[in-house]
Design a binder for this molecule. Sequence first.
Ligand code: TYD
Length: 126
Amino acid sequence: MIDLPVISDPRGDLTFMEGNNHIPFDIKRVYYLYNVPVDSERGGHAHRELEQVVFALSGSFRMRVDDGRNKADVWLNNPRKGLYLRNMIWREIDTFSQGAVCMVLASHPYDEADYYREYEEFIRDV
Ligand code: TYD
């Protein structure tokens, strides 16, 4: 988990992040999931090279992560705490709360060739 700074005053909370500082790579892409139905299941893939940090900017959801040897469930529900995913991690995301927003910082631009979409292929390469 990556804990981000927060600057709080009576006007509200401010959290920030910088690439190669709080985030352990150069940020090349940002995307976010929103308007997600509560019964939606996303992810279901791993990446050959891509590193990512995932935040619940609003609401909550469950990340199921699997390095091919060990599995863990991580609940994200705090916009100050990001889950760092190195490369070669299978991930599934589910149990979205109403109105959840999932923001992802990525180390590379989008490249479909970087995805493992088949679990068996991922396990074989692990
Ligand atoms: P995908 O990564 O499979 O979504 P999730 O893991 O959230 O279920 O991406 C869904 C679709 O969006 C797929 O067709 C690829 C496309 N996409 C882009 O074009 N650019 C991006 O940066 C991302 C993350 C996805």
